[in-house]
Write a protein that binds this ligand. Structure first.
Ligand code: SF4
Ligand code: SF4
Length: 105
């Protein structure tokens, strides 16, 4: 029987992969996300607030200074839309919303 702290980082029997499986590099949120953020560059002032708030680090800055979402990482939570103070961001529906998910929560 092994000795020592079972939660130690040195214990090979309990890795982070065991607790929370790391998705493969090819994993994408496209298969289940039903909305995506859309930027209106006529209104966007390139402040970066949406970039900073995204919990999945899905938003990146393009060469022209405007922002875009990596749709493989974006889960469509809408936090960036709420954070945008100019109204330049909106959510576009890309798939059928699951019936078990309330419209307004
Ligand atoms: S928060 Fe709104 S105005 Fe600021 S960069 Fe993002 S989309 Fe543009
Ligand atoms: S919808 Fe959510 S996950 Fe997608 S870019 Fe906006 S804040 Fe990030």
């Amino acid at each position: 029987m092994k000795q020592g702290n079972p939660y130690s980082c040195n214990n090979n029997d309990l890795s982070f992969d065991t607790v929370l499986p790391v998705p493969p590099a090819t994993a994408t949120n496209e298969i289940w996300r039903f909305e995506r953020p859309v930027w209106n560059t006529d209104i966007c002032v390139r402040c970066g607030a949406c970039f900073l708030i995204c919990p999945d680090a899905a938003i990146f800055k393009k060469n022209n200074g405007y922002f875009e979402a990596d749709l493989n990482r974006c889960k469509g939570c809408g936090l960036c839309v709420r954070e945008c103070w100019t109204g330049a961001l909106s959510l576009e529906q890309t798939a059928q919303r699951p019936p078990w998910l309330a419209k307004n929560f």
